[in-house]
Design a protein around this ligand. Structure first.
Ligand SMILES: C[S@@+](CC[C@H](N)C(=O)[O-])C[C@H]1O[C@@H](n2cnc3c(N)ncnc32)[C@H](O)[C@@H]1O
Length: 332
């Protein structure tokens, strides 16, 4: 790391991070545990069993839905959806969410919907919500933040890290109902497996394109979007990648447009006080956690040229961060 990079790194590090992330003794202890291979393998297996059983008890048809997708024949769409020019960065080729091949396999793609629905249910454990209601509430609170702080009129949207398209379709619908002018939405992801599921679920072809690309180099022309979103993506990125993606978002946004991020809130009481079993599991299945939970996203956004970001708590675990590209970029 050069001196300049080191200064930038420090400036973008938050102080109020959870004790289990970063360089504290607790964090180092957890990391050591995770690196102990037999223990890690056991933890991963057990976590997966618990995740599936809990989801199914709450009515999410985890195994049934994965089996139906496996039978659907969408595997034949892989070649057509794959952009052969895409090079996968090293940080993406590591095991993720207990899948040895990370996001680059069918199992991850077939289970992504159920995992997304389960994630929303975990936000309100005390309330007896259905998974459909929890999902609607999770998305709704991000949309409310966008309504309050996002661009007034949105002609086109890029949903970065769209995965199987749940975030993309829901965002598209929100803007379609909110404004009289038409909106065109594109979902972009680095996993063609995820995109195959996204395309399959988008039966009415409401989404303009499902694009296979690195978010760091989308291939879109400069100043071609009003809104770029990253929903639950940043916690899966090392900070160097997050910064590169913010730079690309700034390039492809029109002046007056905005980047909107929603993800775990490191400052929230729930995240700060996660029980040891949960934060150990989280760190063991999400390899860039230490980077994310110590990273000052707002400082990084300003560093690449965005105006002062507005951060709001959207629910007990998550936040939204919205930052605009100045209308006149001459002095930005
Ligand atoms: C947790 S999922 C996001 C889920 C979805 N946005 C939602 O809210 O339901 C994170 C996604 O980001 C994608 N991703 C990670 N790094 C990426 C990159 N550099 N470029 C494009 N997509 C990336 C992964 O493939 C994965 O599908």
């Amino acid at each position: 790391m050069t001196r300049q990079q080191a200064v930038m790194h420090t400036a973008m590090t938050i102080s109020s991070k959870p004790a289990w992330a970063g360089d504290d003794w607790l964090s180092r202890g957890v990391n050591l545990l995770i690196r102990t291979k037999p223990l890690y393998a056991l933890m991963k297996r057990q976590a997966r069993q618990v995740l599936i059983k809990t989801a199914e008890k709450k009515g999410i048809p985890w195994r049934e839905s994965a089996a139906a997708l496996a039978e659907s024949g969408i595997q034949t769409r892989l070649a057509a959806l794959t952009n052969p020019a895409v090079e996968y960065p090293d940080y993406y080729r590591v095991p993720f969410h207990a899948y040895a091949e990370g996001n680059l396999c069918w199992q991850a793609a077939f289970e992504a919907e159920s995992a997304t629905y389960s994630m929303a249910l975990r936000v309100w454990p005390q309330e007896d919500l259905t998974w459909e209601a929890a999902q609607a509430r999770l998305r709704g609170s991000f949309h409310e933040a966008l309504a309050a702080h996002g661009p007034v009129t949105v002609r086109n949207i890029l949903d970065v890290g769209c995965s199987v398209g749940i975030s993309t379709r829901s965002l598209h619908q929100f803007y379609q109902h909110r404004q009289e002018t038409a909106v065109s939405t594109i979902g972009l992801d680095l996993s063609p497996y995820m995109l195959a599921v996204a395309e399959y679920r988008d039966r009415d072809r409401t989404i303009a394109e499902w694009r296979h690309a690195r978010a760091e180099s989308t291939g879109f022309e400069a100043e071609s979007f009003d809104l770029v979103t990253l929903q639950f993506v940043t916690h899966e990125l090392p900070r160097t990648a997050a910064i590169a993606i913010f730079q690309e978002a700034w390039r492809i946004l029109r002046p007056g447009g905005a980047i909107a991020i929603t993800d775990n809130n490191p400052q929230s009481t729930v995240i700060q006080n996660l029980p040891p079993v949960l934060f150990t599991l989280m760190k063991s299945t999400e390899p860039w956690s230490d980077d994310y939970y110590t990273f000052n996203l707002e400082a990084a956004l300003m560093q690449v040229g965005f105006g002062t970001p507005i951060t709001t708590e959207t629910d007990p675990r998550h936040r939204a961060i919205i930052a605009h590209k100045a209308v006149s970029t001459a002095n930005a």
